[in-house]
Design a protein around this ligand. Structure first.
Ligand code: CP
Ligand code: NVA
Length: 298
């Protein structure tokens, strides 16, 4: 049984197969007869807000020939304390696949273990692997390939998106730099797993020099709202703006997983200047996730 839970578990050849299929599905979106989810129903269980992930998965399941049920965790017995392993065993007898967005990563692992159906991590506090597949697809489209490129993540280096970037760089070997305040460096255990291609620093300007991609995410991830005040204070100075972009390589990409908070992690001017990339990146969630689901059921 295949799952898509965290990039640390993916094989390099799977990354390549998924990215190639994503490109093909994008190119053939309007005239494809490819329906790997025909006669299947997939459940989406979301405990956190979502615009891109929800819509791209709902549309993606339908375009692959399947049906989808969207469930808010709070409306389920899960919200009243039914264990995840019981929910998983019930759904596993009724639906063909599950897409889960929640807090604890262990809940997604448990769901996968007990449900016996393909399970996709649509974001946990720990990782956001679907996002990074769409990001890699976008970098390939814009820069030709990821090999030999320098990606610099600016902001909360301990968040789910940054963690998934670290796993992608471990697997694919491109240079990843993380520029963040010390309190938000990736976990020590994670950095110990990386090679010399991953560096972590508080020195934003040094990190940006020679970068092909500057990438950022919100300073206050979902579930961290109580820390908003202190986070906004600590991240000051880690904004991607036009003067910072000028210090990266000529034609460097600015990427953002969205939603964006203008005036915080990114300036209005820089975001609008790079909107073509950022919204292609958002669109690519659809194509990338269609490829992930197709790979899961092949
Ligand atoms: N980037 C992303 O996952 O967006 P949503 O939270 O809107 O799904
Ligand atoms: N790190 C962010 C990603 C949003 C898509 C969060 O978890 O809220």
């Amino acid at each position: 049984m295949k799952h898509f839970l965290s990039l640390e578990e993916q094989r390099i050849e799977d990354f390549e197969a998924i990215l190639d299929l994503a490109d093909k599905l994008k190119a053939e979106r309007t005239n494809t007869t490819f329906r790997p989810l025909a006669n299947q129903t997939w459940a989406m269980i979301f405990s956190k807000s979502s615009t891109r992930t929800r819509v791209s998965f709902e549309v993606g399941v339908r375009e692959l020939g399947g049906q989808v049920i969207f469930l808010t965790a709070n409306d389920m017995q899960l919200g009243r304390g039914e264990p995840i392993k019981d929910t998983a065993r019930v759904l596993g007898r009724m639906v063909h696949g599950a897409i889960i967005r929640t807090y604890a990563h262990q809940d997604v692992l448990d769901f996968a273990a007990y449900s016996m159906i393909p399970t996709v991590n649509a974001l946990t506090d720990y990782a956001h692997p679907c996002q990074i597949v769409a990001d890699l697809m976008t970098i390939r489209e814009k820069l030709g390939c990821i090999k030999g490129k320098v990606v610099t993540f600016v902001g909360d280096g301990a968040c789910n998106v940054a963690t998934s970037w670290v796993f992608a760089s471990i697997k694919l070997g491109f240079e990843l730099r993380i520029a963040s305040p010390k309190a938000f460096f990736p976990a020590k255990g994670l950095i110990e797993k990386t090679g010399s291609n991953v560096t972590v620093t508080q020195d934003l300007e040094a990190a940006v020099e020679g970068s092909d991609v500057l990438y950022t995410d919100v300073w206050v991830s979902m579930g961290k709202e109580e820390e908003s005040k202190s986070r906004l204070e600590m991240f000051k100075g880690y904004q991607i703006n036009t003067p910072l972009m000028a210090k990266a390589n000529p034609d460097a990409l600015l990427m953002h997983c969205l939603p964006a908070y203008r005036g915080k992690e990114v300036s209005e001017e820089a975001l609008e200047e790079h909107a073509a990339t950022i919204f292609d990146q958002a669109e690519n969630r659809l194509h990338a996730q269609k490829a992930i689901m197709s790979w899961l059921v092949e």
